[in-house]
Design a protein around this ligand. Structure first.
Ligand code: NAD
Length: 247
């Protein structure tokens, strides 16, 4: 029997980066996995790589009717859930002086409101003993240039991890957070010029005690531990950052 046989999991934002790494780990371990995202074509391409254990569903976490439709789909496909990975998020630097209200609202709608309602709408499907894992960030404990909105959103998720853990305690569901440090997912290259991304990466590597970026697989391993193995842990955050916020 494979490590995650008989497990059903949803991973929001599972079509790329860290979420894709989580989907790969779980699907290869025998779990049935539903990945979500906003682009059906990107999800289909991911599913093609991930194989038959994976279902790809277009669902925007900032749209509540999409989350209700997702809950219906989970019920039809899986019946119940053992793992919920609340990973979808926008990573965007926003210079303090020029951040607009629209940018602020868009980030909070996905990273904070989206996370809260993902858990609220899927909670009735979580079986006793299930684990929910929110993806926070080391930015939630650091003052970083151009990252005030992103960091505040992740700090809200850190707080929400504790509150949701309390809310779901009676249901026998644990809620924890995985807090990635710098993980090479190609996101930087999508949000800044190649030169700026290279400079940012070199700075991060130099500042990191392990002198490297982490990988999506390393976050996936930690998240799977929290969801399935950490049976006496709830409301906690596991930092996976090469020691950046600890040493
Ligand atoms: P990514 O851009 O590859 O992944 C984010 C995923 O979320 C994408 O698949 C995207 O389609 C999806 N998504 C975005 N908005 C959505 C929405 N409204 N509805 C549904 N899906 C949506 O980036 P990533 O680096 O893999 O980030 C994954 C998570 O990890 C994010 O929450 C991010 O904030 C967090 N994180 C990343 C790093 C890092 O260094 N990469 C560090 C700390 C935290």
């Amino acid at each position: 029997m494979s490590r995650y046989s008989n497990k059903n999991a949803v991973i929001t934002g599972g079509g790329s980066g860290i979420g894709f790494g989580m989907a790969k780990l779980l699907a290869e371990g025998g779990a049935r996995v539903m990945i979500t995202g906003r682009s059906q074509s990107a999800l289909d391409a991911a599913r093609e790589q991930l194989g038959q254990n994976v279902v790809a569903v277009r669902s925007d976490v900032s749209v509540l009717s999409d989350l209700d439709a997702l809950a219906d789909r989970v019920k039809d496909e899986f019946g119940s859930l053992h793992g919920l990975f609340v990973n979808a998020g926008i990573t965007r630097t926003m210079p303090f002086a020029s951040t607009t209200e629209t940018e602020y609202d868009e980030l909070f709608a996905t990273n904070v409101k989206g996370a809260f309602f993902t858990v609220q709408r899927l909670a009735p499907l979580l079986s006793t003993g299930a684990g929910v894992v929110l993806t926070t960030s080391v930015a939630n404990v650091m003052g970083m240039t151009d990252a005030g909105v992103y960091s505040a959103g992740k700090a809200a998720l850190r707080s929400m991890t504790r509150s949701l853990a309390r809310e779901l305690l009676a249901q026998g569901v644990r809620v924890n957070a995985v807090s990635p440090g710098p993980i090479d997912t190609g996101t930087l290259e999508k949000t800044m010029t190649a030169a700026a991304a290279a400079e940012f990466k070199a700075e991060r590597v130099a500042a990191n005690p392990m002198q490297r970026f982490g990988t999506p697989a390393e976050i996936a391993t930690a998240a799977a531990f929290l969801a399935f193995d950490a049976t006496y842990t709830t409301g906690a955050e596991l930092v996976v950052d090469g020691g950046a916020t600890q040493l």
